[in-house]
Design a protein around this ligand. Structure first.
Ligand code: HEC
Ligand code: HEC
Ligand code: HEC
Ligand code: HEC
Ligand code: HEC
Ligand code: HEC
Ligand code: HEC
Ligand code: HEC
Ligand code: HEC
Ligand code: HEC
Length: 478
């Protein structure tokens, strides 16, 4: 037969076994409590009397502010605010007004959007919580708005409107193939700086708009197994770091430089038959022209018998110019004639080894000009990244499409799925990479200093994170 486990029967059994409580004991306890409370209050008053403010601490002050830990009034400028908060149920009452914080450092606005109004500094930067880093702000201070930006948006939005956590974070804009974010409204989104939306080809998407011709596949996987032939006669195998070296902080990659990364295999020598010596200068079209002219002139002089130069020369047009050889008879015609061919080989449309091998050239009224390459140094300006923190990974773990890429237009950056392999709620728990918003995003627009500007203060922001790195994570603390 089953045991009769109704709540009634159980409670009857328990009550029956409880020891009886003495009325007298309860009275004594009450009295003791009151006495202790009174004693504590007296002690607090006495401590304040002797000037020891530390006893009022709600918790230790953050590391960065240790130097004013005892100087309470530097931050607490308005009194009775906690009481006000309690009786008015108004959470915005604070004893630490923003003005107290920005006497020392700026707290620039979040975003120009009218719905990005900033809360009190102390709202997000929670003091006395023993937090090692004040700027390691919790997600809820972001998701209070970002879970649904549309809710009270008073102006058109430019960014994804629903982000409650990293698990629901949308694909990074540059990798999206569905809708071009905000292509209709404005250009506030940083993707427009580096890419353009295109519906040509296999799938619609963003295309890298750098004006330089480059073919990763041919350089990474040369048809000759020995590697790429270089003009010196040898062969060379390239890896990613042959062209992409980290900057001094290790955060991003240094820009490509023709002289360092391309010149040894693609020197600008346009015509071996003319024996023009060293490769031409790069970059400035006029300098290239000048170099071609002077080298042709030199080649012409070298072809003349030795005595011609002294007997038949006329001085060059520039009065007082020294160090320039006089013009020989026939030189101008010869040089000008060759120059037409040379120009054609270097700048012409059919030229195989000239500037157009890599560049787009434009004929303007002012002359020939090279379209600025505009190879971006930063791709995702609305987030932060750090290559050094991921140096244990192979480049291909994230840039998996680089080796196979056949055109500059390809976007070679990783999509969010790759980040989620490590940055996730479960990964965070196992002590790995964090999925908090502030791991990857700034809140303040450090490019501006609006708040300090409004108050007429001229304060530099305190850069607590050298190199603009992320706030140190609790997990990283010793
Ligand atoms: C670097 C600035 C800073 C310093 C210095 C500082 N505090 Fe605070 N304190 C804060 C902030 C920020 C809060 C949270 C205020 C809020 O939520 O509105 C706070 C809250 C408090 C509270 C809770 C009641 C309240 O006002 O919200 C007490 C009590 C307090 N501080 C005591 C002290 C004492 C005592 C000292 C000096 C020994 C001190 N604090 C020094 C920034 C500071
Ligand atoms: C007396 C000057 C002073 C006052 C007042 C002050 N700070 Fe600071 N704050 C500093 C200094 C100095 C640092 C440390 C900078 C560093 O380490 O490079 C700092 C660092 C910080 C940091 C970054 C460090 C971290 O732990 O992430 C934050 C955030 C910050 N303060 C917020 C505030 C807020 C909010 C207030 C107002 C409640 C405030 N500060 C009041 C001087 C001040
Ligand atoms: C919505 C939350 C939020 C509010 C409100 C806020 N901050 Fe911050 N603050 C952050 C976050 C997140 C960071 C770290 C990322 C960054 O630097 O933007 C930060 C960083 C800082 C830093 C360190 C920056 C650096 O260069 O190292 C300072 C100083 C700071 N805040 C001051 C302020 C001041 C002053 C105010 C008020 C005027 C304020 N903050 C208001 C979230 C906030
Ligand atoms: C008061 C509401 C509010 C809070 C709090 C808030 N944001 Fe925003 N945020 C906005 C609005 C509004 C925009 C602009 C949206 C648009 O134009 O479509 C924005 C834009 C952004 C953007 C994209 C634009 C840019 O400037 O890079 C990022 C990233 C972002 N917020 C991250 C954060 C993070 C991280 C936090 C928490 C530390 C945070 N936000 C807290 C309202 C807020
Ligand atoms: C011979 C030099 C060279 C080598 C080797 C090279 N790159 Fe590049 N890379 C470039 C140039 C030039 C650009 C700029 C033009 C462009 O966007 O394609 C570039 C651009 C990039 C970009 C940003 C462009 C985008 O559209 O996303 C990434 C990411 C990149 N390379 C990764 C790699 C990786 C990973 C490797 C190794 C597998 C590699 N590169 C090897 C020259 C090189
Ligand atoms: C180690 C030698 C080497 C280096 C360094 C090198 N290249 Fe090349 N590059 C080659 C060779 C060899 C080819 C011909 C490959 C082929 O056709 O299979 C080539 C082909 C090219 C092409 C033609 C691709 C096509 O579509 O056919 C361009 C454009 C180019 N390189 C640009 C660059 C740029 C820009 C750099 C510097 C960022 C660079 N190269 C660095 C050896 C090199
Ligand atoms: C083998 C490829 C290659 C050839 C050929 C080449 N360049 Fe470049 N050029 C580059 C690369 C890569 C860059 C971007 C990196 C840099 O600035 O060094 C560049 C940058 C430039 C720039 C700066 C553009 C800007 O971003 O504002 C100018 C101007 C320029 N080249 C002119 C020339 C001229 C003129 C010629 C022909 C005489 C030429 N280049 C031939 C690869 C090449
Ligand atoms: C692991 C890194 C990472 C984390 C964690 C993360 N983000 Fe992002 N987020 C990014 C990157 C990268 C982008 C692309 C930025 C760009 O396109 O310039 C982005 C883009 C955004 C954008 C712009 C979206 C758009 O329409 O282009 C917003 C808003 C944003 N994040 C908010 C958040 C919020 C809120 C959180 C926390 C709940 C968060 N992010 C957590 C890396 C992260
Ligand atoms: C954990 C993923 C990851 C790994 C591993 C990685 N990258 Fe990146 N890389 C990124 C992201 C994200 C960006 C976009 C950064 C930005 O906003 O400019 C980027 C940007 C770049 C760029 C464009 C220039 C720049 O710095 O923004 C180049 C070039 C590049 N990476 C090359 C490399 C090379 C070479 C390696 C291997 C040594 C490598 N990356 C390893 C994620 C990665
Ligand atoms: C193989 C795992 C792994 C992958 C994949 C990965 N991360 Fe990380 N990431 C980490 C770890 C671990 C850290 C912490 C490293 C540290 O603090 O030194 C980190 C740190 C970061 C930081 C903070 C770096 C700093 O020091 O400021 C950012 C931002 C970040 N990751 C973005 C990304 C983005 C964006 C992607 C996807 C393109 C990505 N990560 C992919 C493991 C990973």
């Amino acid at each position: 037969m089953p045991f009769p486990r109704t709540s009634k029967s159980l409670s009857e059994r328990v009550a029956a076994e409880l020891p009886p409580r003495g009325r007298g004991l309860r009275g004594v306890r009450k009295l003791t409590c009151w006495a202790l409370a009174a004693l504590a209050a007296c002690w607090l008053l006495w401590q304040q009397g002797v000037g020891n403010d530390r006893v009022f601490h709600a918790g230790s002050i953050s590391q960065a502010h240790q130097f004013i830990a005892n100087d309470c009034a530097r931050c607490h400028q308005d009194s009775w605010q906690p009481l006000k908060r309690l009786v008015s149920f108004n959470n915005s009452a604070t004893s630490t007004p923003d003005a107290a914080c920005i006497q020392c450092h700026a707290g620039p606005q979040h975003n120009d959007h009218p719905s990005a109004q900033m809360a009190h500094c102390a709202h997000c930067h929670r003091e006395h919580h023993g937090q090692p880093a004040l700027s390691a702000v919790d997600n809820r201070f972001c998701t209070v708005c970002h879970t649904d930006l549309e809710q009270d948006a008073t102006a058109p939005l430019h960014f994804a409107a629903q982000i409650a956590d990293f698990a629901q974070h949308p694909e990074f804009a540059l990798l999206r193939t569905d809708v071009p974010p905000a292509t209709d409204s404005t250009t506030a989104h940083g993707v427009h700086r580096v890419a353009q939306w295109s519906t040509d080809g296999a799938s619609p998407g963003w295309r890298d708009k750098s004006a330089i011709r480059f073919h990763h596949h041919k350089h990474m996987q040369p048809s000759d197994p020995r590697g790429l032939p270089s003009p010196s006669g040898g062969f060379e195998r390239l890896d990613c770091q042959s062209c992409h070296q980290p900057d001094s902080t290790g955060q991003y990659m240094r820009p490509i430089a023709y002289e360092q990364h391309c010149a040894r295999c693609h020197p600008l020598s346009y015509d071996a038959q003319l024996e023009l010596g060293a490769p031409l200068p790069h970059r400035d079209v006029q300098l290239v022209r000048d170099a071609m002219r002077s080298r042709l002139a030199e080649a012409f002089r070298n072809m003349q018998p030795a005595d011609t130069a002294s007997t038949q020369a006329t001085p060059r047009g520039i009065p007082g110019a020294t160090g320039t050889a006089p013009i020989l008879p026939g030189e101008l015609d010869w040089v000008n004639q060759r120059l037409v061919t040379a120009e054609h080989v270097v700048f012409g449309k059919e030229a195989k080894g000239g500037c157009r091998f890599c560049h787009t050239l434009e004929e303007r009224d002012s002359g020939l000009s090279v379209t600025p390459t505009s190879i971006p140094d930063r791709w995702q300006t609305h987030a932060r990244f750090n290559h050094a923190s991921h140096r244990l990974l192979d480049c291909a773990a994230c840039h998996d499409r680089a080796t196979g890429s056949m055109t500059t237009a390809d976007i070679l950056l990783p999509g969010i799925a790759i980040c989620r392999e490590c940055h996730g709620a479960s990964a965070s728990k196992s002590g790995q990479a964090s999925d908090r918003c502030v791991e990857c995003h700034d809140y303040h627009d450090h490019g501006q200093n609006t708040l300090a500007g409004k108050l007429g203060l001229n304060l530099e922001p305190v850069d607590a994170r050298p190199g603009g790195g992320a706030p140190p994570d609790e997990a990283m603390q010793p």
